[in-house]
Design a protein around this ligand. Structure first.
Ligand code: G6P
Length: 370
């Protein structure tokens, strides 16, 4: 096992560090910048289905569900196809409306999650075209679906998903861009500049790990004793707030909630005082001004803000206790970078709390029963 961990103390830390590589592996052979194409047979062979789909429904569980939410933002924003994201466990039991004009995409690291399998079977029965995004080759979902694309993140051992998640995000970005190109919802020039940028994302991820890890270790020491955490984000980074909170809960057993930042005023704001650390994902993108005012609201209630900011940001930096920088990239790709510090924060807090990081209590890597 020591050898398998490659010198890291835990699989989770190893898998966090593998992300530049696993994202690259997921894009290899698909993102062909020189030819100006995204090559994905799973989509291309069924282009009629995809280009005529009236709706895409994404079903999944846990971390994969958070990837699905980012997928919704990406596909709607870029390719203008309506997308719904559902928990597989709810979808399967609520008599959903599914037609043969729908595409149902299951996202699953293991490809074995019982609820996701059942939801897919239901969609298939109702005539939808079913598509799988799985990490484990030849898994049940991969075999059940009409078509699909693998994330090539490699085996993920830590129960808390890290590299499978960022691989899912990279894959969803490729799907959204490919559909957008063929639907004509983005210009050729924009497509070209976005794929050039996407290709550099693994390097940016490596920079985030290199530049933030020691800082995050120190932040973890300051906050490892906290009883609660709040995570806030907007737009593309709202699902990342959910994912950051989930990571912390899973492995540190600290209660954490993720919220869309603007919803704070409808509840969580009541919880904010000097004992409430609030992680705010605040890249200098679309909703920046609104996030700044959310931070002011937290400050005036003496909450402690740990902010994820764009490199060179000064406004948020001056307002908060801790700020962690990520490189400046297009908004579409910010989730792949902003989640990295949150994975590291959860990891280092869990280590300080002496939790079995790779196998937290009561959780399973793959939930194959209901
Ligand atoms: C379990 C795992 C999570 C995972 C979820 C969905 O809860 O502990 O890490 O996100 O299942 O798993 P899947 O394999 O379908 O992505």
């Amino acid at each position: 096992e020591k050898i398998e961990k490659g010198g890291y103390e835990h699989f989770m830390l190893k898998e966090i560090h593998e992300q530049p590589r696993s994202i690259m592996d997921t894009m290899r052979g698909r993102l062909l910048v020189e030819e100006d194409i995204i090559q994905m047979a799973g989509i291309w062979d069924y282009q009629e289905k995809f280009l005529n789909a009236e709706r895409i429904i994404i079903i999944s569980c846990g971390t994969s569900w958070h990837a699905g939410l980012v997928g919704e933002y990406l596909i709607e924003d870029l390719a203008r196809i309506p997308v719904e994201v559902e928990y597989a466990s709810e979808f399967r039991y609520r008599n959903p409306i599914i037609t043969d004009k729908d595409i149902v995409i299951a996202i699953s690291q293991s490809g074995e999650t019982a609820d996701s399998i059942a939801a897919l079977k239901l969609a298939k029965e109702k005539g939808a075209f079913i598509y799988g995004i799985c990490n484990v080759i030849d898994s049940s979902i991969a075999r059940l679906t009409d078509a699909g694309s693998y994330t090539h993140a490699g085996p993920e051992i830590g129960v808390a998903s890290t590299k499978a998640f960022t691989a899912q995000l990279a894959l969803l970005a490729m799907i959204a861009l490919k559909l957008a190109k063929h639907k004509g919802t983005i210009s050729k020039e924009r497509f070209n500049s976005l794929i050039i940028e996407l290709e550099t994302i693994p390097e940016r991820v490596a920079e985030v790990i290199k530049n933030t890890e020691s800082q995050i270790k120190k932040i973890a020491e300051l906050y490892a004793g906290a009883g609660n955490f709040l995570y806030l984000g907007r737009g593309y980074n709202y699902p990342i707030a959910l994912e950051g909170a989930l990571k912390l809960k899973e492995i540190s057993y600290i209660h954490a909630e993720g919220y869309p930042a603007a919803e704070m005023k409808h509840g969580p704001i009541a919880l904010i005082d000097e004992n409430m650390p609030v992680v705010v994902i605040a890249p200098k993108k679309g909703y920046y001004d609104k996030i700044v005012s959310n931070i002011q609201e937290i400050n005036s209630r003496k909450g402690k803000v740990i902010a994820i900011v764009t490199q060179g940001d000064t406004v948020v930096k001056d307002m908060v206790t801790e700020s962690i920088e990520i490189p400046d990239v297009s908004e579409y790709f910010t989730p792949i970078l902003s989640v990295i510090p949150l994975q590291l924060l959860a990891y280092y807090i869990a280590v300080l709390r002496d939790v079995n990081v790779d196998q937290p209590r009561n959780l399973a890597k793959s939930v194959t029963v209901e």
